[in-house]
Design a protein around this ligand. Structure first.
Ligand SMILES: Cc1cc2nc3c(=O)[nH]c(=O)nc-3n(C[C@H](O)[C@H](O)[C@H](O)COP(=O)(O)O)c2cc1C
Length: 332
C-alpha cells in the first residue's frame, strides 16, 4: 500500500517539504494513545550488547530526525534504536536548498544537508519526555562549523556533557574532522566518562569510501581509547552505483553523498573487514544501502550485530522495519 498508493503522492513533493509534512503528522499521532498502542506490537529479534538492550536489531540512522522532533513516535514503527542528530552546540541552517535529491529509479538519495539542526538548547528541551522509553537512543554529535583548534574539542565535550544523562550512546563521524582533532576529541570524551557511574557508549561512524588501511588506523584508536563500536557506513561520494543517473543530471545536482541502493556493497565490505578483526570486541552496526529484508540478512551475515537504515524507510515506507525484523528472526 505504501509503495503503490502513498509513495507516489508523497514523491510529487519536494523531499524537505514532505519531510516536514510527515513530521507534523507524527506530532499529531503523538496525541492518539490507542493508535500508538496498536502500532507498538511486539518485535522479534531483541538482544543485549555491552549492557544495551536492543528490542530489535534495526535502528534509524542519523539525519532523519536531526532535531529530535519525533524520535519517540518513530520508535513506534519497530526500531530498536534511534539516532538523533547530527547535533551541534549552536543552531545551524546547513547548506542552501535544494540539498536532498531523490533518485527514484536508483532507489537512492543524494544529499548535502550540512549540519542543519536547532542546537543543543532546543534538543535538550525536546528530550525531556524521553525518560520511559524502551528503545536505545543515540546522539550523533559534531562541532559548530566555525569552531577550530581547541574549540573543536570544547564543542564535543559540551554536547557530551549536556546529553550524557539523556542518551545511551554517542556517534562521532570519522572524516568530519581532521584525524588529529578526532583523536583529541575521543581522548577528552573517554576521560570525561571515566568518572561517571554510567558509561555511555561511543560509536565511530565510518564513511563508505574509507580505505581499509585507514580502517586499521581507526581500529587502533578505538582500542587505545576503548570506544564501544563502529557504524559502517555513511554515504559514498562515488556515483558509479547509480545506473539511471546521467552525467548531465549528476552535474546539475552538484555535490553530495549517495545514500541507498547506490552505495552497492561498499558498506558490507567495510563490515566484513571490520568483523574479521574486531567481532565480539566492538559492536558493529551495518548501515548504508540496506534496502530490503534480504539486504538486512546479508549485512548481519557479513558480521554486523545490528543494522541502521535511512533510505529504505523513505523508499519502502515504515512497514520495512518489521519486514526486516521478521527476516532477521527467521534467519537466526
Ligand atoms: C538527507 C540525509 C541526511 C543525512 N544526515 C546525516 C547526518 O546529519 N549525520 C550523519 O551521520 N549521517 C547523515 N546521513 C547519513 C545516514 O545516516 C546514513 O548513514 C546513510 O544515508 C546510509 O544509509 P542508507 O543507505 O540506509 O540511507 C544522512 C543521509 C541523508 C540521506
Amino acid at each position: 500500500m505504501y509503495k503503490s498508493l502513498i509513495r507516489p503522492m508523497l514523491f510529487r513533493m519536494d523531499p524537505e517539504n514532505i519531510h516536514q509534512l510527515i513530521f507534523d503528522g507524527l506530532k499529531f499521532y503523538k496525541h492518539l494513545p490507542p493508535a500508538r498502542s496498536v502500532m507498538k506490537s511486539r518485535m522479534h529479534s531483541g538482544l543485549v550488547l555491552k549492557d544495551l538492550r536492543f528490542r530489535s536489531r534495526i535502528g534509524l540512522a542519523a539525519g532523519l530526525d536531526k532535531g529530535a522532533e519525533v524520535y519517540d513516535e518513530l520508535a513506534d514503527f519497530g526500531f530498536g534504536f534511534i539516532e538523533i542528530g547530527t547535533i551541534t552546540p549552536n543552531r545551524q541552517y546547513g547548506n542552501p536548498k535544494p540539498r536532498i535529491f531523490r533518485l527514484v529509479e536508483d532507489e537512492s538519495l543524494i544529499s548535502r544537508t550540512g549540519f542543519n539542526n536547532p542546537g543543543i538548547r532546543v534538543i535538550l528541551e525536546r528530550l525531556a519526555d524521553s525518560l520511559h522509553r524502551k528503545y536505545v537512543l543515540g546522539a550523533n554529535i559534531n562541532r559548530d562549523p566555525t569552531s577550530t583548534g581547541k574549540g573543536i574539542v570544547d564543542d564535543f565535550l559540551l554536547l557530551f556533557e549536556k546529553l550524557y544523562d539523556e542518551v545511551d550512546y554517542f556517534t562521532i563521524n570519522w572524516g568530519s574532522i581532521d584525524p588529529k582533532d578526532f583523536e583529541a576529541v575521543i581522548e577528552a570524551l573517554t576521560i570525561y566518562r571515566q568518572d561517571k557511574s554510567m558509561c555511555r557508549k561511543i560509536f565511530i561512524k565510518l564513511p563508505a569510501d574509507i580505505p581499509m588501511e585507514v580502517v586499521d588506523k581507526v581500529v587502533v584508536l578505538a582500542r587505545k581509547y576503548q570506544t564501544d563500536g563502529f557504524i559502517a557506513t555513511g554515504p559514498t561520494m562515488d556515483r558509479g552505483g547509480l545506473k539511471f543517473l546521467t552525467t548531465i543530471e549528476s552535474d546539475s545536482i552538484g555535490a553530495g553523498g549517495v545514500s541507498g541502493k547506490g552505495i552497492g556493497d561498499k558498506s558490507r565490505k567495510v563490515v566484513q573487514y571490520l568483523a574479521a578483526q574486531v567481532k565480539g570486541e566492538f559492536i558493529i552496526i551495518g548501515a548504508g544501502g540496506i534496502m530490503t529484508p534480504r539486504d538486512a540478512v546479508a549485512m548481519i551475515a557479513s558480521g554486523a550485530d545490528l543494522i541502521q537504515i535511512y533510505s529504505a524507510f523513505i523508499y519502502e515506507g515504515p512497514g520495512i522495519v518489521k519486514a526486516m525484523d521478521r527476516a532477521l528472526s527467521r534467519d537466526k
